[in-house]
Design a protein around this ligand. Structure first.
Ligand code: ZN
Length: 340
């Protein structure tokens, strides 16, 4: 991406093993993320362009001399952040705070996943080897373990979803939809989706949403209170990242409730300090440590109990990537899968 709205497909030097802890992964499936739409709107012009993409599954083609856990031919999930797997935060399951870690799709040194191949730093800690073959029919759902399913799960975990709880999901993008899956999986009794796109609402219902609120702002807050006996919800999964979405999240949380934020915040401060204090609301969430969640979510994907891959409603080739951004930005599609 060279600037807002300017996505190009270009030949660049081949990704390769640079450090002895690297692996080289041939990308079999990648995708465009809702968070890629932020720079699509506001990236300042750059001369060299920014490599894009941070979600992929693929096959290990080469490993550096110090890589121990992986070998050529392994079919792997690449989480959107790399991590060493050995530092205090990795041990605590917060791999996105790894002291040696970082994010894909920001700099030419690390590269992006919307590519034929990608260099994976700290490969032993970063990559998760899948117990299935490359051509597995579950590819779409496995791909979501790279980001959106793990991120939706993180929203649910940090919003303290548990059996019998009333839950609201703010946002009907792929992460919000995966948040519905996660909330149901964790035993929520009521799951309210706040969104307004018919195709997304239909999928949310298929994933387990029990109520739909299509209003916005104060009207949305009022409606959520109405369908929760006047008190609001125990858990709010905030998957958007705007001030309006966060304000709604805080206002629909009941006293003692929790908000799990996974939408990248585009506001200067947490709005509505007063209700957050007087209602004893926990505000949590952040970049999801998806690497730490794969082991828990994978069996449900492999055995078909959850189908997060249904969020992909368009498959494109490499040449169509610029149009993929356009289609996601125009909300023509929920999420685009890339088959390089
Ligand atoms: Zn670490």
């Amino acid at each position: 991406m060279y600037r807002a709205g300017d996505v190009r497909v270009e030949n660049v030097p081949d990704a390769a093993v640079v450090n002895p802890t690297d692996a080289l992964v041939r990308v079999t499936r990648a995708c465009i993320c809702g968070s890629d739409l932020w720079p699509y709107h506001d990236l300042e012009p750059t001369e060299k362009g920014r490599p894009m993409g941070h979600e992929a599954i693929g096959v290990v083609e080469a490993v550096g001399a110090q890589v121990r856990r992986l070998k050529k031919g392994d079919f792997v999930v690449m989480p959107f952040a790399f991590s060493d797997g050995t530092c205090p935060f990795c041990h605590e399951g917060l791999t996105t705070s790894c002291v040696h870690g970082g994010f894909f799709g920001f700099s030419p040194e690390i590269g992006g996943a919307q590519a034929e191949a990608v260099r994976i730093p700290l490969a032993d800690g970063t990559l998760y080897v899948l117990p299935v073959r490359e051509d597995n029919a579950l590819a779409a759902s496995l791909l979501t373990l790279s980001d959106v399913m793990g991120t939706g799960h993180h929203a649910a975990v940090t919003a303290k979803v548990a059996p019998g709880k009333k839950v609201a999901v703010v946002g009907d993008g792929a992460v919000g939809l995966c948040g519905v899956i996660a909330a149901k999986r964790l035993g929520a009794e009521q799951i309210i989706i706040l969104g307004r796109h018919p195709d997304r609402i239909a999928l949310a219902k298929a994933f387990g949403a029990t109520n739909v609120v299509s209003e916005r702002g104060d009207e949305a807050v009022e409606k959520v209170h109405k369908i929760t006996g006047g008190f609001g919800v125990h858990s709010v999964l905030e998957s958007v990242g705007t001030e309006q979405a966060m304000l709604t999240a805080v206002n629909i949380a009941r006293p003692g409730g929790a908000v799990g934020r996974v939408g990248v915040p585009h506001y200067p401060g947490i709005p509505a300090w007063e209700p957050t204090f007087y209602k004893n609301i926990t505000i949590s969430g952040g970049p999801a440590p998806v690497r730490a969640y794969i082991a828990e979510l994978l069996p449900d994907v492999l055995e078909g109990r959850i189908q997060p891959g249904r969020v992909f409603d368009r498959v494109i080739g490499m040449d169509e990537v610029p149009d993929g951004y356009r289609a996601m930005d125009k909300r023509e599609v929920i999420k685009v899968m890339l088959k390089p």
